[in-house]
Write a protein of this length. Sequence first.
Length: 169
Amino acid sequence: MRRYIVMAVLFVLALALQSTVFNFLPLAGVKPDFVLLLTVYFAFTNGPGKGALMGLALGLLEDFYIGRYIGMNGLALLAAGLLAGWFETKLYKENLLIALIVVFVTSAFSQGIVLFSGLAAGLNWDTGSGLNIIWPLALYNTCLVPFTYPWFHHSVTRGWMRYRPKHEQ
């Protein structure tokens, strides 16, 4: 239970940071998506099932916070959670280089889902401009991995977010 309370606090912190402080620090016209990073980290350390559920929950909460296009981030983060969780079953998650690659791939993938679901919903978005946002956002998120992933991974393996079966508590 404690790990989900920590995730809730991290979600609020991630949402606050990306909508306040980092709103004024865009690079190449994009700001980092900390909620996506949180989803990818959780899925990459807990597997596809839990990652997909956490992605859906965080994405829908983010959609309700933003207040429009309800479900778009939920769908994108669900898919990112599934993909990052799938990587968890195949790759060595303690390696920082692997985490960099996973974040880059899942960031580009989830933002592609946002773009194409918006186009499918009939929003008048320019595909070229959308594609020009995907790659800088994926790169920006990837640049944050060395500063955030080691802390998250340590918390999952030895800290507050470590899974403890009931007989150990």
